[in-house]
Design a protein around this ligand. Sequence first.
Ligand code: PSU
Ligand code: MN
Length: 308
Amino acid sequence: MTKVAGERLPGVSDEVRRALDRGRPVVALESTIIAHGLPRPGNLDVARELEELVRDGGAVPATVAVLDGRPRIGLDEAQLARVAGGDDIRKLGHRDLAPAVATGASGATTVSATAFLAARAGIRVFATGGLGGVHRGWTRTQDESADLRLLAGVRIAVVCAGVKSVLDVPATLQRLETLGVGVLGFRTREFPGFYCRGSGEPVDWTADSAAEVADVLRAQDVLGGPPSGLIVANPVPADQQLDPALHDRVLADALAACEREKVTGQAVTPFLLDHLVRHTHGASLEANLAAVRNNVRLAARIAVAYAS
Ligand code: PSU
Ligand code: MN
């Protein structure tokens, strides 16, 4: 193991550092969706596009990853390409950060690792596709994403399209309640269904504009106390959702295949996502991308409203 240079952690890019110092809007972006959630080689274009969307919205993008043992907040072009195409890019949740830093490993950060590093750098808004959650069959496997527990303890807003329907959505919402993570529907009273607009589950609070979300962030700041996250649940646009009937059919197949092939642990989410993409002939990927773009645009607007 190499010696850890504590004072060098984390590595915030000059552009992100300048923006944070001046109170300018910044949006954190995770990298697991790039490295492990989307098929190559198109994933690099998506990574670039998401950063562009943040810029178009008037904020500075801060894609997060760990490269050669150094957490990075804000990647340059070569670093982004490495995350998208490298052979040595692991999937790093929050608990994997210390071993990755200590051993000089490289990896893409999940929501839990990204939220932790971004909040530590002072970033208040983070955009992703879907949050991890409680997997179906939890009573047997105890598979619950570390995203949930981590978000109970960091003050960051995560703009997402809900959680993937491959998960147990009601159980995930219950865990968020238990953990004290706020959930705000964006222009909806229904928790979004990621690929589809609705999940059938209600949300307690609704915001109708980015300014209203920013007000909630400021209220969290004023209330103080132990930090906790906020889920901003933003449904995919109606004309870009996955056909709900196709969705239900293919999802049942994907879950059965996962069981049959005995996929477990960190591999479960990427396996199910890949199965859905192949068996919807790319339609789930299109809905996924539409949701992520929509979330990134909204996150930029929230960051701008919060900074003003
Ligand atoms: N949801 C998506 N695409 C993804 C993920 C979630 O739509 O790629 C990733 C996120 O990085 C999330 C992680 O934090 O999967 C959760 O993985 P796990 O269940 O192993 O914690
Ligand atoms: Mn898991």
